[in-house]
Design a protein around this ligand. Sequence first.
Ligand code: GLV
Ligand code: MN
Ligand code: MN
Length: 409
Amino acid sequence: MIDRRRFLSHLAELARFGADELGGVSRTGFSEADHAARRYLCERSRMLRLRATVDAAGNLFIGRREADRDRPVLLFGSHLDSVVHGGRLDGAYGVVAALETLARLDERDGSFAYEPVAVAFANEEGAEFGYPFFGSKAMVGPIEHAERLVDSAGLPLRDALRAAGGDIDALSSAVWPAGRLGGFLELHIEQGPVLQRAGVPLGLVEAITGRHIFEITLTGEQNHAGTTPMDDRHDALVAGARLTLAIEDIARVRRLCAVSTVGRFDVRPNVTNVIPGAVTLTVEIRDGSLDRLANAERAVLAAVAALGPGIDARVDVRMRAAPVRTDHRLSAAITDAAAEHGLPVLTMHSGAGHDAQIVAAAGPVGMIFVPSRDGISHSPREHTEPEHLLAGADVLLTTVRRLLEGADR
Ligand code: GLV
Ligand code: MN
Ligand code: MN
């Protein structure tokens, strides 16, 4: 069992970093609040006689002081960054549970099948710097155009990463060599309504959704809102609004993918008496099938092309993350651990993206969910009952123990 008081107090203390006036957390990746949360985690790790290190991509790894570097790693954790006005559990829950798991293992003799390591991946949300899964992607391969990434205030990633202890010029050193990863376990809140509706305390994730993101800039003609006749206008905001409706139709009406969203929409110059000259918006499509995603992507591009003359469009692919299936052996270990705690488990899909789907390129992954009240997440209203948080953390600890001891073989 985990140390309940310590676990809940770590979770509550972490929620102070980036706490916002809405009762949630705004702790975007590589922000000051994120740096502070990471420092807090390092300090707690030291107090628990664990060793914290940061790789070039800003991923924070916590390991045993007497770590055996020759053993394959059993990695567990999630991310510390949040969306703007997000909740206190998305990501942070899995990281705190991972720290607690490691703290409980540290008492043992170390004759493990794997080296246990906890992780807080950098900038999973990509709420700033526009690159979701930044840290986990850096772990499995090269990051393209990292030099170009800036946050909404114009701060280059180079500087933000340095402040986190990373190094943009050494990103290739963050890639794990083949065979180093024995497995990755991510414990996370569900962020949807399935578990609560079913009245089941634990979810076993069998597949994680695929997700493609585009940033689209439409340029029309900025002009005077009083003097320009309606037929002479090239209004970028109107074009963007039409595009937004077409994107919604791709999933809601045409059913080409599971969900389609325009989540960000910036208007320039965003002034009452000026016809908008340019807009930048993000389009996100998600589905469990790569073929369907490819088809939906074609529909996005066709909708852009249909905007017609007078509007220039530039489409940047921000990310393509394929759907993945979790590993049978890790899933069996999770199921067995849940049974050991007498907890029922529901096998389910994840509609949210997770670092686990990226890490899957480097080794087997498994995921555990706990219920989200009313299915709400990416919101200050995000909540999970403490008893469910504790149950999930206990199951993570037991799963890790089983795998380390080779009890599942
Ligand atoms: C991850 O937070 C996602 O947007 O699914
Ligand atoms: Mn999230
Ligand atoms: Mn998350």
